[in-house]
Design a protein around this ligand. Structure first.
Ligand SMILES: Nc1ncnc2c1ncn2[C@@H]1O[C@H](COP(=O)(O)OP(=O)(O)OP(=O)(O)O)[C@@H](O)[C@H]1O
Length: 239
């Protein structure tokens, strides 16, 4: 299938088991929130999905391509926003995106058109020539999301993309990314430890201590229980 497919993924750091038999599929156009407390294994999973780490056990397919067997094809279909910002703060928004476009072999008019379309998509076109250092945290994040659209991936991976942002910026970014699933059909895996970023209509996967504790429609899973309470009860944490 296209979208994202993870089968029986296990990963250890020495004796520490960070992921223990993780399996799930995200359908094309689906927004899937991967909700887990600190240490759940979210970043480890993201590192495997982006091939920063090599899979020890299990299988990953991105847009139908096996990440271990055909990594270039799989990675060409994947856009990533890492937890830590990876913008060059001394370059303008536009230059950050054009550098990324060049890395993907996209140049000239084609690069310009894609950059402006991506910036417009994130309501960032009027800031194209501002220096990244001069942007607030929310606008830096939007720039990174625009950048990961340049090579036209079908799957977006976002690892706690709202860390350190205020409530309004977090809302703007979650709205933008939800919009990308409904209007562009992008498949999204959104890792977070913040339950208020998850909507009832989202697919929800709860990860804890390297294992999936729940997987399904968020509203159906939580029922009448507020999501923070459902999440805390499931993970055995105290408020
Ligand atoms: N390099 C490492 N060496 C040893 N253990 C590690 C290493 N990196 C992560 N771990 C452990 O693996 C487990 C999963 O960590 P991971 O960073 O993937 O969780 P996370 O859900 O992303 O947490 P956070 O929300 O704090 O970023 C944790 O118990 C963590 O302590």
């Amino acid at each position: 299938m296209s979208g994202l497919s993870v089968q029986s993924l296990c990963f250890t750091y020495g004796a520490k088991q960070a992921l223990d038999g993780v399996s799930f599929d995200v359908a094309p156009g689906e927004f899937c929130a991967l909700l887990g407390p600190n240490g759940a294994g979210k970043s480890t999973l993201m590192s495997l999905l982006t091939r920063l780490f090599t899979t020890q056990q299990g299988r990953i397919r991105g847009a139908g391509h096996d990440l271990a067997r055909t990594p270039r094809k799989a990675l060409a279909q994947i856009g990533v926003v890492f937890q830590q910002t990876t913008l060059d703060l001394d370059l303008s928004v536009y230059r950050n995106l054009s550098y990324f476009a060049a890395l993907h072999g996209i140049s000239g008019r084609e690069a310009h058109d894609r950059i402006m379309a991506a910036l417009e998509r994130l309501d960032m076109a009027d800031r194209a020539h501002e220096r990244a250092r001069d942007l607030n945290g929310g606008h830096r994040r939007r720039t990174e999301i625009a950048r990961c659209l340049i090579h036209r991936p079908s799957v977006l991976l976002l690892d706690e993309p709202t860390v350190g942002l205020d409530a309004a910026a977090r809302r703007a970014i979650t709205d933008h990314v939800h919009d990308l699933t409904s209007t562009e059909g992008l498949t999204v895996l959104w890792a977070t430890h913040l339950s208020d970023e998850v909507r009832d209509s989202d697919r929800l996967i709860v990860l804890h201590q390297g294992r999936i504790l729940a997987d399904g429609n968020c509203g159906a899973l939580r029922g009448p229980t507020p999501l923070p309470d459902y999440f805390l009860t499931l993970t055995g944490a105290s408020a």
